[in-house]
Design a protein around this ligand. Structure first.
Ligand SMILES: [Zn+2]
Length: 295
């Protein structure tokens, strides 16, 4: 019965006209221009539902505007396109700070040593697993959201990252495996991504530059979140270097971003032929090292 009313309400919300001021924000997002036209239509419907159900709260003196709400919602909903989705069912609030915010993180290091440290963050995702109310918030730095949105092909996007964590938590465990359906899909996912995760660890242990933000090596959950950023922002590079990983993500997200048009001046243009830019690993590692964490 609850589902019936929810479906009715969502149908009503998504069939109402898309506000022109929201469309103006979408038109300024480079990522939106890359999407196939049919996806743009679906994205607008998802944004309408998302914004009717999630509460935004400005922190640190930030006033929430349509630009903030639509910029976050649009990128969050790109992860939901073409899929059966309940639109982040356990997420109720999104807290937005003007810039990076300081939060305490707990890390498990080599030998299982647990450390706690306060550090600047670009984003954080709290799954319902950790919230007595059943739904944890997402916390974002607006400055980092804007940066991520302005450059759609640098492999770094805090909104994709945090919302990938939400998808990961939907089955009750944040373990790098979102809901994949059939058992055979889980087996293939674990084999392909597990192999790459171990290989990344080996690369870093040898002191070699990583092909992806080294933060991905933190744990399988972070690997999936960072990989999601890479999949949508550097799809041709991922497909050329790790076709099996690309295929797994393309199957889960039901999208083929390597087929999207590349914006002019995009860093990934050199990767179209299958040859990644020679300086890519160093540049990626350097570019991400100084950024606040996206937990
Ligand atoms: Zn993370």
């Amino acid at each position: 019965m609850f589902d019936y009313f929810k479906r009715k309400r969502r149908a009503r919300v998504s069939s109402s006209p898309f506000p022109p001021q929201w469309q103006a924000v979408l038109d300024r997002l480079p990522m939106y221009a890359r999407l196939p036209h049919t996806d743009r239509e679906e994205l607008r419907r998802l944004i309408q539902i998302f914004l009717s159900e999630k509460r935004f709260e400005g922190c640190g003196g930030l006033e929430i505007t349509d630009e903030i709400r639509v910029t976050v919602a649009a990128q969050a909903c790109v992860l939901l396109l073409r899929r059966q989705t309940d639109i982040y069912p356990t997420l109720t609030s999104i807290l937005v700070y003007p810039e990076s915010f300081v939060a305490t993180s707990v890390r498990t290091g080599p030998g299982g040593i647990i450390t706690e440290a306060a550090m600047p963050h670009a984003g954080q995702s709290w799954s319902g697993l950790y919230s007595p109310a059943g739904g944890g918030p997402i916390v974002l730095s607006w400055r980092d959201v804007r940066r991520g949105a302005a450059c759609p092909c640098d492999g770094s996007n805090v909104v994709f990252h945090e919302f990938a964590h939400q998808l990961d938590s939907e089955d009750g465990a944040v373990n790098g495996a979102p809901m994949l359906g059939e058992r055979s899909h889980y087996i293939a996912w674990a084999r392909v991504l597990g192999e790459q995760f171990r290989s990344l660890h080996q690369t870093l242990a040898q002191g070699d530059p990583a092909w992806i933000n080294p933060y991905a090596a933190t744990n399988p959950g972070e690997f999936f979140a960072v990989l999601t950023e890479f999949f949508f922002e550097r799809p041709r590079t991922l497909r050329a270097r790790h076709p099996q990983v690309y295929a797994q993500l393309a199957s889960f997200y039901r999208q083929d971003p390597a087929a999207w048009p590349t914006p002019e001046g995009c860093e990934e243009a050199a990767g179209v032929s299958g040859q990644p830019p020679a300086d890519e690993p160093t540049r990626t590692a350097r570019a991400t090292a100084s950024k606040p964490h996206a937990d």
